[in-house]
Design a protein around this ligand. Structure first.
Ligand SMILES: [Ca+2]
Length: 285
């Protein structure tokens, strides 16, 4: 779908071969800033998750080609967020597919954040030789954002104890399934922010603008706002608390904030007209 700034929605085309069960399906999209008519898609196809790409020219798609395959898929925890970094590389968030131990297995792409070239190759500078894995020990990451300093951050669904906002370091182990939330040990990198209980957050999409992260909360049914001070996160506050489940948030080129509801995902309470994309003006300063 293409949505213009007046809210008009146009169906552009279909991504062939998408067949997800449970939480699988067509989960993420990203345009390459260095090749703006190339669209990348993260989707479940067959029994795996893949990244494919196509050209978007004159209002329609060309052929789709596979960029990266072999990402495990599951009935739940399929990750799916795509984001190009300031280094021109594509960052890919995956989930552990309901198999927690896979998050610690460096031979599996499940429960990881991956870093690949736009062609799907392993780029120079990745922390593990010959591997697209950039960080591990993740349960299910559905939110990625870079701050003004080029640092990568990720939201993370917790299980029973705490949801997380993490600052991602190359080669970092974020603890799942050994620990959840802030553990204060030496072995794993603690989140910068945790939400407990998980019913107040369950964070999916993540966006950054002007020293602030915005975190779309599914079960929490609100938009969390987290100020960033000198690379650390301040106390979260929340708004947009009357629209139900929020799946994603993005900053548009004009500086407005776009928020996607997800009340029709089988776990929500759909209202007439759901789901919606909401657009907010951000206060100056
Ligand atoms: Ca963690």
């Amino acid at each position: 779908m293409r949505v213009d700034d007046r809210g008009n929605v146009t169906e552009v085309g279909e991504v062939p071969g998408v067949a997800g069960e449970g939480e699988g399906g067509l989960l993420g999209i990203a345009f390459d800033p260095a090749a703006p008519s190339t669209l990348y898609v993260y989707a479940t196809m067959g029994d795996e998750n893949v990244v494919v790409r196509t050209r978007y020219v004159d209002g329609s798609f060309g052929e789709f080609e596979t960029v990266l395959d072999g990402i495990p898929a599951g009935f739940r925890h399929d990750g799916g967020r795509l984001l190009f970094g300031p280094d021109g590389m594509l960052y890919v968030a995956t989930g552990e597919t309901g198999n927690p131990d896979e998050a610690q297995n460096l031979d599996s792409l499940a429960g990881k954040i991956l870093r690949i070239t736009p062609d799907g190759e392993v780029p120079p500078g990745n922390p593990f030789d010959g591997s697209p894995i950039y960080s591990y020990g993740h349960r299910n990451v559905e939110g990625l954002a870079f701050d003004d300093e080029g640092r990568l951050w990720a939201s993370e669904f917790g299980d029973r104890e705490a949801d997380e906002l993490n600052r991602i370091e190359p080669g970092g182990n974020y603890g799942w399934p050994a620990v959840e939330g802030i553990a204060e040990g030496d072995e794993y990198i603690d989140p910068v922010v945790e939400w407990s209980p998980t019913s107040v957050a369950s964070p999916s999409g993540l966006a950054y603008v002007r020293d602030t992260f915005f975190v779309a909360a599914l079960r929490g049914e609100r938009l969390w706002r987290v100020p960033v001070v000198d690379g650390d996160a301040g106390e979260p506050t929340s708004f947009v608390e009357d629209r139900g489940r929020l799946r994603d948030v993005a900053v548009a080129p004009d500086g407005t904030l776009w928020v996607m509801t997800n009340n029709t995902d089988g776990r929500g309470d759909p209202r007439e007209g759901d789901d919606r994309i909401l657009r907010f003006e951000l206060a100056a300063g």
